[in-house]
Design a binder for this molecule. Structure first.
Ligand code: NAG
Ligand code: NAG
Ligand code: CU
Length: 115
């Protein structure tokens, strides 16, 4: 199934490997944080995530949010119910299990970033 997403979409896929001795904290998007028009695919590509590591999503509360979704919802930008949103603006998510993890922004069309 072809992705409908464009470069700059607020959607991130992390491959999480088994636990290591020292956990790492990753600020998603580094200095840019969680925002539109940032290539999260490229950001994640050269990172190695392990169980116990943390993903920190930083943004102005209200502008964006974070939903943990499955691969189908990630591919289709299907936004879960609003009550599942993580939305403090400094959202720390601990990678608790190995495998693929998907996170998207549920505000407007940020996930697909149609513009
Ligand atoms: C993905 O999540 C959606 C919404 O929660 C659910 O309906 C669907 O069955 C899930 N798909 C898989 C492959 O788990
Ligand atoms: C995802 O999108 C594809 C292609 O548009 C569609 O065929 C499929 O039914 C969608 N899946 C869900 C769970 O919405
Ligand atoms: Cu957003």
């Amino acid at each position: 199934m072809a992705s409908k997403r464009f470069v700059g979409a607020m959607a991130i896929l992390a491959f999480v490997l088994p636990i290591v001795a020292m956990a790492t904290e990753f600020t998603v998007g580094d200095d840019r944080g969680w925002t539109i028009n940032f290539d999260y695919e490229a950001w994640a590509k050269d990172k190695v995530f392990h169980v116990g590591d943390k993903l920190v999503f930083q943004y102005t509360a209200g502008r964006h949010n974070v939903f943990k979704v499955n691969g189908t919802a990630f591919t289709n930008c299907t936004i879960p119910p609003a009550n599942e949103a993580i939305k403090t603006g400094n959202d720390v998510i601990t990678l608790a299990t190995p495998g693929r993890k998907w996170y998207i922004c549920g505000v407007n069309d940020h996930c697909a970033n149609y513009g």
